[in-house]
Design a protein around this ligand. Structure first.
Ligand code: ZN
Length: 159
């Protein structure tokens, strides 16, 4: 299990205890008095009386409320935490940028994932080789992902 998997698992145990859900959605909030922008982060408050557009923190709001000293930093943390809400151990549904995959004698290093301007279907762009041949540029779409049994190298291994 990688370092982030371990850290996520332990954090989710804590969040489950204090918020009632292991992977709550996060928001920026006004965690300190007198700031013009929201410089803190907190789990989204589900209280009926709390307007979702109201960035304040009240008694109804779940903890932890974390002051970040910076509204860009708070916004960044919210994006990171919300992007990482998928259940632990869920199977990936497409190539992941930065990962290298093997499928029999083939290898594919995914550098980026882009989506078709009209259909929105994803395409992975990267480099491909057969055994120890030269790397050549390659692209794989969602059908290629579904048809192949691409295994991520070092998935869940030491890192
Ligand atoms: Zn609230």
């Amino acid at each position: 299990m990688s370092a982030i998997d371990k850290a996520r698992e332990r954090a989710r145990e804590f969040l489950d205890l204090v918020t009632g859900t292991p992977a709550p959605e996060w928001r920026t909030c006004f965690s300190e008095d007198g700031t013009e922008e929201p410089t803190g982060i907190a789990p989204v408050c589900l209280d009926e009386g709390h307007d979702p557009d109201d960035g304040s923190v009240y008694d109804c709001c779940p903890s932890p409320v974390v002051e970040c000293d910076s509204d860009p930093f708070a916004a960044y943390l919210v994006e990171l935490l919300n992007a990482d809400r998928a259940p632990a151990g869920s199977a990936p549904d497409f190539f992941r940028p930065g990962a290298t995959y093997s499928y029999g004698p083939w290898a594919f290093r995914c550098d980026t994932v882009t989506s078709h301007p009209a259909t929105g279907k994803r395409t992975a762009l990267g480099w491909f080789r057969f055994r120890k041949s030269h790397w050549t540029p390659e692209q794989y779409d969602e059908d290629a992902w579904a048809e192949g049994s691409w295994a991520e190298d070092n998935a869940g291994g030491a890192s």
